[in-house]
Write a protein that binds this ligand. Structure first.
Ligand code: ATP
Length: 242
């Protein structure tokens, strides 16, 4: 579904991604883990068109989307739930969700379709259903995270990029968010997940990539990475026997 080859990206003259390659197969959850500043968010931004890559290619559904404007990539079926949530705080929960449907607005899409999508998004997140008329800025951090994810789903994406969904959340809310990631995948949406919580991410994923200083350093089945001594020591906070 998504193939990245030799991707380079920079902020000004400072190169941050030094040629990364990864593959996200259709119907799978793939996670990208790594320490702070490794370049995970930059990778997501370069995929969704928020940052123009300096080199390499991004193929989405067999189509070359490298360097395309983000609204065109969104229209092609890719949704990005960014780090830090970025909800429209002075708008209601419901209006935030309706805006999420925007990439799929076409002459053939009727109001009824959007109401159906809204109903499904609210089923997935009952908390949002109760709060649909509340201003998004007054939601708790966990509720705002749910809103960012639900808004991304309103575009009916084929691929969802989820950047740090558990950031700053209480453990009970983290568990709920990861359950929803599994629910989303069960509905057939392919997911690329960036997470600080490497253990939960690898438990939720089919495959994983480890990133360090702008390079992919390891790749494999998620349960293999979960049991790999180097991953356990560096990213899961476990001291391993020599
Ligand atoms: P974290 O887990 O801490 O969010 P990350 O792996 O997502 O880290 P990035 O946010 O992609 O890392 O950052 C990679 C590098 O790029 C860092 O050194 C960071 O300081 C730098 N960087 C990120 N955004 C910008 C920006 N807008 N301008 C300049 N440098 C940036």
């Amino acid at each position: 579904m998504l193939t990245i080859q030799n991707l380079h990206a920079a902020y000004g003259k400072v190169e941050v991604l030094h040629g990364i390659s990864l593959d996200v197969p259709k119907g799978k959850v793939v996670t990208l883990i790594g320490s702070n500043g490794a370049g995970k968010t930059t990778t997501m931004r370069a995929i969704s068109g928020m940052l123009k890559p300096k080199g390499g290619s991004v193929l989405f559904g067999g189509k070359d989307v490298t360097g395309m404007d983000s609204y065109r990539i969104a229209r092609a079926g890719l949704a990005h739930s960014p780090e830090g949530r970025r909800v429209f705080s002075t708008m209601s929960v419901k209006d935030n969700l309706l805006l999420g449907a925007f990439p799929r607005f076409t002459r053939s899409r009727t109001r009824g379709d959007i109401d159906t999508d809204l109903g499904q998004a609210l089923e997935l997140f009952p908390r949002l259903k109760e709060r649909q008329n509340q201003l998004a800025g007054t939601l708790s951090g966990g509720e705002q995270q749910m809103l960012a994810m639900a808004r991304a789903l309103m575009s009916r994406p084929q691929l969802l990029l989820l950047d740090e969904p558990s950031m700053g959340l209480a453990p009970i809310m983290v568990g709920r968010i990861f359950q929803v990631v599994r629910d989303i995948a069960a509905q057939g949406v392919t997911v690329l997940l960036v997470e600080q919580n490497a253990r939960l991410a690898l438990q939720a994923a089919d495959r994983g990539y480890v990133m360090d200083s702008g390079l992919i350093t390891m790749a494999g089945a998620a349960d293999e990475l979960l049991h790999d001594p180097k991953v356990r020591e560096a990213y899961l906070g476990e001291a391993c026997e020599p």
